[in-house]
Design a protein around this ligand. Structure first.
Ligand code: HEM
Length: 416
């Protein structure tokens, strides 16, 4: 998705199609969201097949939809690619469960993913990132977006307890779930791609649990943790473990790589921002937060209205699907000064919603933040400059804002 908006003229909101995949590959959604925030903060769209959804694009409305679970439920599904198809895993999959059950399960899983818990993985993650960056220093073309797809598995694979031989397959399957229409990942129709990948991922974790149980040993990994935690005084069922393992894999794999690529592209396009971050390494945490806001890799999440509800100056009927556009909220001028400016020195709290808001706030946030911080610390130490070396290509998805190709050439820094 284009992250630096163009001029955006003559936008007719009555004709806007937010499910048009071309909008995210060759089009320019930001000027459309700008107009929606200003003129139609609650926007209604009916798809040619009759499915319909309501969109909220303002910061406060996005917070309300993601945060107020009593009015906007997660239990029928939260991913727009499944619009209109009720989630069969409702109440069992963390992401598709409302409190109070959600709170119990989340507390149990989250204990292993707090900032303090993930800090112990820091050195291992740094070594993995240094190895990842090394080939870029050879002077040849390095396709950062293509290679970055593997980055979360390099970082999180050992933490989850997944053997290296399975990483490539899992990277491919998680990409199929989130971008079933992208030619890099599509297998047959969009529906077939979704069905195959979802089934294979859940089966993978289920088989893993079975093998682990029969082997009777543990290695302290995150998946082992799922097998031993108690939620509300009961262990998780094998089905819950398989589904939550699936969520963790998905959450880890499909977002961090695009935050990396989108932030690096922003730095290539703005050498002065690159120079500022390089001159002052204490700016790296700011760079990470600005990169998260700027890229908003999880572009939206969905909820269903429990009853007829007023929001954004309009009304959503009971049962209506509401899409909360995080990508738009993170450019809301009421929250961010010059929202379309990428600024590593952005002053004040950068209260972006890249990790969501409310009970489902990203459970992997501390791990993602630490990974991104280490990534940019190492990159800035090693790269004197970065240049584009060909066309970048955007992911064909209205759910994940990302890139499939970002060919770069890097100049080595003399004193790393
Ligand atoms: C830059 C990286 C990441 C971004 C932008 C991101 C974004 C998000 C967002 C927006 C949500 C909220 C979903 C909702 O409201 O329905 C979420 C939830 C979640 N994320 Fe992440 N995520 C990232 C990294 C990770 C990582 C590394 C993991 C795994 C370790 C992960 C696992 C999850 C899970 C399991 C949930 C569901 C939490 C719940 O339902 O309580 N994410 N993520």
């Amino acid at each position: 998705m284009r992250l630096t908006p163009g001029a955006g003229s003559d936008i007719d909101l009555g004709r806007v199609d937010l499910f048009d995949l071309d909008l995210y590959t060759s089009g320019d959604p930001h000027p459309i969201w700008d107009v929606m925030r200003a003129k139609a903060p609650l926007h209604h769209q009916v798809l040619p097949d009759g499915r319909e959804f309501w969109s909220v694009t303002r910061y406060d409305d996005v917070c309300r939809v993601l945060g107020d679970y009593q009015t906007f439920s997660s239990e029928r599904g939260t991913v727009v690619t499944h619009l209109g198809v009720d989630d069969v895993a409702a109440g069992k999959l963390l992401t598709s469960t409302d409190p109070p059950r959600h709170t119990q399960v989340r507390r149990a899983i989250g204990a292993k993913l707090t900032a303090r818990a993930v800090a112990s993985w820091q050195d291992r993650i740094r070594r993995a990132i240094v190895r990842f960056l090394e080939p870029a220093l050879d002077g040849g073309t390095f396709d950062l977006a293509e290679r970055a797809h593997r980055l979360p598995m390099i970082v999180a694979g050992p933490l989850l307890g997944i053997p290296e031989r399975d990483w490539d397959e899992l990277v491919q399957l998680t990409a199929m779930v989130t971008a079933p229409s992208d030619p890099h990942f599509q297998h047959g129709s969009e529906a077939a791609t979704l069905a195959i990948s979802h089934h294979e991922l859940v089966t993978y974790v289920a088989e893993w649990v079975k093998r682990r149980r029969s082997a009777g040993r543990e290695d302290g990994s995150l998946l082992d943790h799922l097998m031993s935690v108690r939620a509300g005084d009961m262990p998780l069922t094998d089905e819950e473990i398989a589904l939550d393992g699936y969520s963790l894999l998905l959450g880890a794999n499909v977002t961090t790589p695009h935050t990396v690529s989108g932030t690096v592209l922003a730095l290539i396009e703005r050498p002065e921002q690159f120079a500022k971050a390089q001159a002052d390494p204490s700016l790296v945490p700011n760079l990470v937060e600005e990169g998260l806001r700027w890229t908003s890799a999880a572009c939206n999440f969905m909820r269903y209205a429990v009853s007829e509800t007023r929001i954004g100056g309009g009304t959503v009927p009971a049962g209506g699907a509401v899409v909360a556009w995080i990508g738009s909220a993170n450019r809301d001028e009421s929250q961010f000064t010059d929202p379309h400016t990428f600024d590593v020195m952005r002053s004040g709290a950068n209260r972006h919603l890249a990790f969501g808001f409310g009970p489902h706030y990203c459970i992997g946030g501390p791990l993602a933040r630490m990974t991104l911080r280490i990534f940019f610390e190492e990159l800035l130490q090693r790269f004197a400059s970065i240049h584009l070396d060909g066309e970048s290509q955007h992911l064909r998805s209205y759910f994940i804002a990302g890139m499939t190709h970002l060919p770069i050439v890097v100049e080595k820094r003399r004193t790393p």
